[in-house]
Write a protein that binds this ligand. Sequence first.
Ligand code: MLT
Length: 412
Amino acid sequence: MAYLNDNYLKLKAGYLFPEIARRVKAFCDANPEAAKRLIRCGIGDVTEPLPSAIVAAMHKAVDEMAERSTFRGYGPEQGYEFLRRAIAENDFRAHGLEVADDEVFVSDGAKCDTANILDILGSRNRIAVMDPVYPVYVDTNVMAGHTGTAREDGTFEGLVYLPCTVENGFVADLPNQPVDLVYLCFPNNPTGAVATRDRLKAWVEYALKHGTILLFDAAYEAFISEADIPHSIYEIPGARECAIEFRSFSKNAGFTGTRCAYTVVPKTVLAKTSSGEQRSVHPLWLRRSTTKFNGVSYPIQRAAEAVYSPDGKAQCRALIEHYMGNARILCDAVKSAGLSVFGGVNAPYIWVQAPKGMTSWQMFDRILSEAAIVITPGSGFGSKGEGYFRISAFNSRANAEEAARRLKESKW
Ligand code: MLT
């Protein structure tokens, strides 16, 4: 009989969001009237239609696929030149940041990329994650056999957890031991916290000192509203020697269902072989991409390219302003209900402290049953998320206003 990957058995039964969906379905089946009023502020999934400039580019590309003379089969696995150039030019070089076109790898999601990057990194690395944390970073390391078993509080043996608390403004302090890989996510999912230039500078200095690679997830950078908060790790001198950055079109351009993202792997990021020789990770990621991936479809890459057209830029900005308008409405409501609120200023996530003595899942049940609103329990993001819950601002304005009204009126 074949053997399975035992590491999967170390994981909790369900990934967080399917688990929430399961509980919400049970609630709706048992309460059909409440189900009609249900407002979903759980998973960070966009609600607004794709901007028209993006849709037009996608249509045009579909038409090209219908003509023999413009039809395309397999594309370059790492992305078409036109999109890699548009990304490098608009997201980096236009801001004075050095990123070459061939350091950009187009993919179908930042979630996949933050998981797949482990393919090219060794199994002996000491790995640090923030707590609370986007669960994918932890679960994929468990799957890859990089951890021991789960402890009582849900943390895994073998990982270094960096607590993110009110005291440190939900921005992890540097580890007090050397680690080889660190996952950083700013603006942060789930807390909505951002790291200042000085905090990121300290991380880059740490990484350069210890030969650490920073896996920098910037999927929410477009939501930054405060001046002088870095949008990219490459704004920090030295980051090209130690950081890989993940970005996505999911949230800024509404691509959660369309699927397109990218990862920047500078050729100057090095790691060592088992025999101690230093090598660039870039060729390995290229090798992985060309072997295991056939690229994002042509119409979707044309759609992503349109994000950078003048109309696309204006329409994506309007989308972001729409969601951040929701965030303000929801933040105000939760504050006026007397709860402590974080995030929601530079990120579409609002991180709320549950009333004293209530666990995250108790709060989830209570908000679901009393207000028919789905939130995400903070403990689903890690032990330090216990006692918190996350509200997603991805919604229609009408739903955000109605959710705000219900949250304000409830006696928490
Ligand atoms: C979330 O709700 O945390 C996100 O939607 C997850 C994701 O982007 O994969």
